[in-house]
Write a protein that binds this ligand. Structure first.
Ligand SMILES: *Cc1c(COP(=O)(O)O)cnc(C)c1O
Length: 385
């Protein structure tokens, strides 16, 4: 079976992990510091705070921006449930804004229309979370401009998008947002097994993220109340979690980051090859936004079900029988029973729903060989003909 995504681990990655296993530190130690510095440098941000996974990073990002009960967070329905769930962890309510039919990202026009309505109703969001779906950056200039106008904060869910760029600048540089979050789950661009990172240019947000990551505890005398009692001393000055990344994971992450250019190059080649091979089939190829370079986490086509004269389910099942693990990203989050139980007018999202009916993700990962990809495109051709 050819999976839709998988990790790319080589001997240098294995050696980096083994080196940590022989060292004095296993959990958060010097390898975590090195990995955080490397990611901050890579994406051009001032600060990077690693976490046990991206869901945890989203949770502390929203918390650092003081999202709480009574607040609203708006995001795209075309995302993994974690983007929304992390807001519910904070006691906030989540609402969804429809997507753009070309890029499948949060639509700035839909956002602007909803903001106008919400202003009248007095229900503006505290945070808006654009998700760089499939690795293709959102229209951040527009979203940032609306943030200035309507006073919301911005967290970029860049779980798919480390290495992608917008206006020639890497995602994570923080030109258009307060915090950017990356995921290092094995199907993403690079991996730490499980892991995430929140990056920011704001020193006070960085300090808050670090407290939230580790129990609300500080060892910095500057942050303490009262007297510093000695080298053993720490204070809990807020409530936080245990969301630490381990040194074992960080060593893997730093090693993977050294290889990221190769990962991204290979994914871009695979995307071009797919475009060429699938062009004449009854489907829509992924759009390429003019000011962006995608990291190609996913390769998503939209099926023309009339011309294919089969259901999407039949197509996916047939592909799986042929050994191709095609997948679908994403079931719109507002359609999940947990969220659908509390509907509102914010849940009428026709573009996201129409997109979902026809979406299909084909295998996309750096280790996918030309021969395997040819097998995928031949199978897709066979199923759709
Ligand atoms: C993978 C993913 C997450 C969650 O990442 P984890 O590291 O698995 O917690 C969040 N948002 C999006 C868009 C994702 O794809």
């Amino acid at each position: 079976m050819i999976p839709y995504g998988r990790q790319d681990i080589d001997e240098s990655d294995i050696a980096a992990v083994v080196e940590v296993l022989r060292s004095d530190w296993l959990t958060q130690g010097p390898a975590v510091d090195r990995f955080e510095t490397a990611v901050a440098q890579y994406c051009g941000a001032k600060h990077a705070v690693s976490t046990s996974n991206a869901t945890a990073a989203l949770h502390i990002a929203y918390s650092a921006l003081e999202l709480g009960p009574g607040d609203l967070l708006w995001t795209s329905p075309n995302t993994f449930v974690a983007t929304a769930n992390a807001a519910v962890f904070c006691g906030a309510r989540v609402e969804f804004v429809d997507i753009d039919p070309g890029t499948y990202n949060l639509c700035p026009d839909a956002l602007e229309a909803r903001l106008r309505k919400a202003t009248k109703a007095g229900k503006l969001p505290k945070i808006v979370v654009p998700v760089h779906f499939a690795g293709q950056p959102c229209d951040m200039n527009r979203i940032h401009g609306l943030g200035q106008e309507y006073g919301f904060r911005i967290v970029e869910d860049a779980s798919h998008a480390i290495g992608a760029s917008y206006d020639g600048i890497r995602i994570g540089a923080g030109r258009h947002s307060d915090i950017t979050v990356f995921s290092f789950h094995p199907v993403k661009i690079m991996t730490t097994g499980e892991g995430g990172m929140a990056v920011t240019n704001d020193a006070s947000l960085d300090a808050r993220l670090r407290l939230l990551r580790a129990h609300g505890i500080t060892r910095d005398p500057e942050q303490m109340r009262g007297e510093y009692e000695g080298p053993w001393y720490y204070q809990q000055i807020g409530l936080g979690y245990n969301y630490r990344l381990t040194d074992i994971q960080a060593a893997l992450g730093a090693s993977q980051l050294k290889r990221i250019d190769g990962f991204l190059r290979r994914r871009a080649v695979l995307a071009d090859r797919y475009d060429g091979a699938l062009r004449s089939l009854p489907l829509t190829l992924p759009a390429r936004a003019p000011r962006s370079i995608s990291s190609w986490h996913l390769y998503v086509v939209q099926l023309d079900l009339q011309r294919a004269s089969r259901s999407r389910r039949e197509i996916v099942e047939q592909l799986r029988r042929l050994g191709i693990f095609a997948h679908v990203h994403y079931i719109p989050v507002h359609k999940q029973p947990y969220y659908a139980a509390e509907p509102s007018d914010a849940f009428s999202l026709p573009v996201a729903e129409a997109y979902y009916e026809r979406a299909l993700s084909l295998p996309m990962f750096s280790k996918l060989s030309d021969a395997e990809q040819d097998e995928v495109t031949a199978s897709v051709g066979k199923v759709l003909s």
